[in-house]
Design a protein around this ligand. Structure first.
Ligand code: SIN
Ligand code: NI
Length: 261
């Protein structure tokens, strides 16, 4: 067996039409090396330091979630606002984008809990959005046993469901029984790799069975023309005093990426 130290890299310039087409068909795409391994290691260190310094938004068995790192951490801000990542997101989405929010999702060693199947979109008060998607960037190696993501290709076409319970393995399957026997794709990532997934794609993440934390940084992009829906309440819009129908203000939801081709 041969081994190679070269790991493929992805940049906006290397993103192929075939990868874009796959994203649009399946609702996700795996892109190796969107950031370098040294950068991933630097951001993993920043993430673990941020976890000690900042208040969690949520801390449960499945993960510790910290929100809005771009506002609270100089180093992680660089990753959230990464122009290459935003350019790739824009090409995949096909519409101009702004940041919805970022989040660190850390699964502690031996956390014993999956992040159960769900779609992201029902959690977000968006109206008129043509597209929203997440870049899930692995800051450490994430093999299947450390809490990697599993997707149901094509499930992004399922609309209109209520928010699903991330702690209930059957919630989404009870709401959409047709998903139960659909093929699933599990995507282990090396540090610096990323998956992009559509906001309506059904996904889950395995528990972390290893001795090391699973550290993922997620950048969520939304159609720049999205307006605020009356519900659900959301921690990034709640404090801003916006009214339903308002545009998302640039100061809190910066426009990212070029205008799409
Ligand atoms: C996870 O990383 O545990 C879940 C990520 C997601 O739901 O997008
Ligand atoms: Ni999710």
């Amino acid at each position: 067996m041969t081994s190679t130290t070269e790991h493929p890299r992805t940049s906006p310039g290397t993103l192929t039409d075939e990868q874009v087409a796959r994203y649009r068909r399946d609702g996700f795409v795996h892109l190796p090396g969107v950031v370098s391994r040294p950068d991933a290691a630097r951001w993993a260190k920043a993430a673990l330091a941020a976890r000690e310094r900042l208040a969690d938004h949520h801390s449960g068995a499945a993960f510790t979630q910290l929100l809005q790192l771009w506002r609270h951490d100089e180093e992680l801000r660089e990753l959230t606002l990464h122009p290459g990542l935003a350019a790739i997101a824009t090409r995949l989405a096909g519409v101009p984008l702004r940041l919805w929010h970022d989040q660190l999702l850390i699964k502690e060693p031996h956390n014993g809990a999956a992040t159960e199947f769900h779609q992201d979109q029902p959690y977000w008060p968006h109206t008129g959005s043509r597209h929203a998607l997440s870049a899930w960037v692995a800051l450490v190696d994430v093999p299947a046993e450390r809490g990697c993501m599993t997707f149901i290709p094509g499930s992004q076409r399922l609309t209109g469901l209520r928010a699903q319970d991330l702690t209930d393995r059957d919630d989404l399957m009870n709401l959409a029984p047709e998903l139960r026997f659909r093929p699933r794709v599990t995507v282990p990532l090396r540090a610096g790799d990323c998956t992009f997934h559509d906001s309506r794609l059904a996904h889950t993440a395995t528990p972390n069975h290893t001795d090391d934390p699973r550290v993922a940084h997620v950048v969520i992009y939304v159609d720049a023309d999205t307006r605020l829906a009356p519900e659900p309440a959301h921690p990034v819009t709640e404090p801003l005093g916006l009214a339903p129908g308002d545009r998302l203000p640039d100061a809190h939801f910066p426009r990212l990426g070029p205008a799409p081709r």
